[in-house]
Write a protein that binds this ligand. Structure first.
Ligand code: GLA
Length: 373
């Protein structure tokens, strides 16, 4: 379920008044995302093509002069957090609020925040579904507290909150699209030079939340990232984007193969979208190839994601793939308009037959980021 901007703002104001007292100065919001294609490429100076979801996180904010920070969330009832801005330092010991206080910390470090604040959050971005609820939270806050700053300052500030304060070694895809997406467009991001291109994307995607926990996610994500760095280092290049030789080590070779082939698929997908009549079967084939590469070469899929993808394809989707970091979370399927109900039913049935808990479904159209309507 998604909320309109007015509905989200109303809810965040209500939480603010109830838990913190009085009224906020304003309410800012930012979306979650699904990545169409270009996975595990962002931290390799590669290419990605995400869209913003219609699901958003809403941040009701009021500055205070005493340097104190108070945070409440409708998703964490009875767990308010208090801290002093001047005392914030990594590593985070704040549990769920680590991302929030991480943004405050990194904005302070960047010279963009000197006052404390009261913050009430409410969100319709599903948590733990691999749809970047954390980036939505970070970006909603960042535009509320420092929205005047250029995005090439805000994006790294939000990424630092995750990397340096929370200790999650993620790339910059989620924050980039959450801040800069435009409705009706996918965002082509080139992480080598930070360039962005808005490409019309009007198809409706089926999003399948496998409900699989990201049990190994943190350690395995960091390991993949280290393997990519090692492959580049052995070849004497700064990042896998510049790699021209195949690493001797078979595991590193497979990781490098994924990154190179995935970058090529992003370019093909983008080229197809720019054409006069994007062919859904061609886009679907690229999604399929992306998933197979993530499963076999990068080894970040899991049983639930594979069951979802296989069942969606068998039910007639043009293509399907895991989206996001992997090891659980969500898959996306590109389906004929009107055929989504059949694909949903077949995926649900495949989960039942495999003895897996029921997945949940939603649809996504490319929506607006925090900074653009
Ligand atoms: C997670 C990270 C992103 C990106 C993807 C994989 O979503 O937050 O930075 O690395 O995994 O493409």
């Amino acid at each position: 379920m998604t909320w309109s901007e007015a509905e989200g703002a109303r809810r965040a104001r209500e939480v603010f008044a109830r838990e913190l007292g009085g009224a906020p100065e304003g309410v800012w919001s930012a979306p979650g995302r699904v990545n169409l294609i270009g996975e595990h490429t962002d931290y390799n100076s590669g290419l990605a093509l995400p869209i913003a979801l219609p699901h958003r996180t809403f941040a009701a904010l009021r500055r205070r002069e005493d340097g104190r920070i108070r945070v409440v969330s409708a998703q964490r009832p009875g767990e308010p957090i208090e801290a002093m801005l001047a005392e914030l330092a990594p590593p985070s010991t704040f549990g769920w609020a680590g991302y929030v206080l991480g943004v405050a910390w990194s904005l302070r470090e960047a010279g963009l925040l000197s006052a404390g604040f009261d913050l009430a959050l409410d969100s319709c971005v599903p948590v733990g579904a691999g749809l970047s609820s954390s980036a939505a939270l970070e970006c909603a806050m960042a535009v509320g507290l420092a929205g005047h700053a250029p995005t090439d300052v805000l994006i790294p500030a939000c990424v630092r909150a995750e990397n340096d304060f929370v200790g999650a070694p993620t790339g910059a895809m989620d924050q980039t699209v959450s801040l800069r997406a435009q409705a009706g467009h996918a965002l082509l991001i080139d992480f080598a030079d930070g360039s962005l291109e808005q490409i019309p994307f009007t198809a409706e995607l089926l999003v399948i939340d496998t409900r699989a926990e990201h049990a190994l996610a943190d350690g395995e994500y960091a390991r993949r990232r280290a393997e990519c760095a090692r492959a580049a280092e052995l070849a004497g290049v700064a990042t896998l984007r510049e790699l021209t030789t195949v690493p001797a080590d078979p595991v590193l070779a497979a990781r490098a193969r994924h990154v190179a082939s995935e970058n090529a698929r992003v370019l093909e997908f983008a080229a197809e979208l720019r054409g006069p009549a994007p062919a859904l079967p061609r886009l679907g084939a690229l999604l399929n190839a992306s998933h197979d590469s993530l499963r076999d070469d990068f080894e970040v899929s899991c049983r639930e994601l594979d069951v979802a993808v296989d069942a969606a394809r068998a039910a007639g989707a043009y293509g399907a793939r895991m989206t996001g970091g992997g090891f659980g979370g969500s898959a996306i399927a590109l389906v004929e308009p009107g055929a989504a109900a059949v694909v949903r039913a077949e995926v649900a049935e495949a989960f039942r037959r495999a003895g897996l808990g029921a997945p949940t479904f939603s649809t996504a159209v490319a929506s607006s980021g925090a900074l653009t309507e």
